[in-house]
Design a binder for this molecule. Sequence first.
Ligand SMILES: NC(=[NH2+])NCCC[C@H](N)C(=O)O
Ligand SMILES: [Mn+2]
Ligand SMILES: [Mn+2]
Length: 294
Amino acid sequence: MRVAVIGVPLDLGANKRGVDMGPSAIRYANLTTKIEGLGIEVEDYGDIEVPIITNERRNQHNILEIRDVCISLSRKVKKSLEDDKVPLVIGGDHSIAIGTFSGLVRAKKDFGLIWFDAHADFNTLATSHSGNVHGIPLAVINQEGPTDLLSIMDNAYNLNESNVALIGIRDLDPLERERLKETDINIYTISDIDRLGIEQVMKEAIQITSQGKEGIHLSFDMDVLDPLVAPGVGTAVSGGLNYREAHLAMEILAETDILGSMELVEVNPILDERNRTAELAVELILSVLGKSIL
Ligand SMILES: NC(=[NH2+])NCCC[C@H](N)C(=O)O
Ligand SMILES: [Mn+2]
Ligand SMILES: [Mn+2]
């Protein structure tokens, strides 16, 4: 396996500022050297360019700026796949998932989707309270949302809702919850994880999402973790995955050898404690790339 790192210093989709520094913090935690330590060849493609917007101009959800960033990201992701490398996208707020997924589609990759998150990111601008674009990317990938963002996606792809699994969910907006219930998306709430255990959840999720697909795309929002272990995120919610559950989930994914691409988002160094959330992000990336204890 060969890996291409793509940084996306975007915070225009979130309320709290600071996730734009996520890629630096993750690189600072020695991402590439540690991946090389696993015997995996890795190339850092650098960062996608993101426009600087003054606080006063952070209006109208920044849709056009986010669209442009996602289009550049989509091209880079497509290029990495054409170079025969697994894209590892580091954010940045979760809006970038639209660009990553678009790149997979444009490279003609037919992947299922596993989405780790405290949230579902399944709002539309109509159902969202915040209006923040990082609360809508899964809806856009599912072909619903503002036209300017839908245009990034190639509408010829077929991601069935049944090939999508949400894991770790514990905070939904009221109308978002209603929308989600009407879909065939597989939902594993934090309560399901407590009842079934993370191993069972992962086995099911991998089996279901990969059905008829050539691989899995992992979208990992660091706020799926408990804020006790990952304090450096913008929208923290109590009661998340603990350290061991998160590692085990990544190890199980690694064992099945099905990972086609991944992104890790929402690291906010301003809210972090001595970079521990970025360090944990790197550890989890290593686990999903095959690092094991023995
Ligand atoms: N990627 C995230 N952290 N998303 C948080 C979304 C929170 C809330 N549901 C909203 O729409 O604003
Ligand atoms: Mn998210
Ligand atoms: Mn989230």
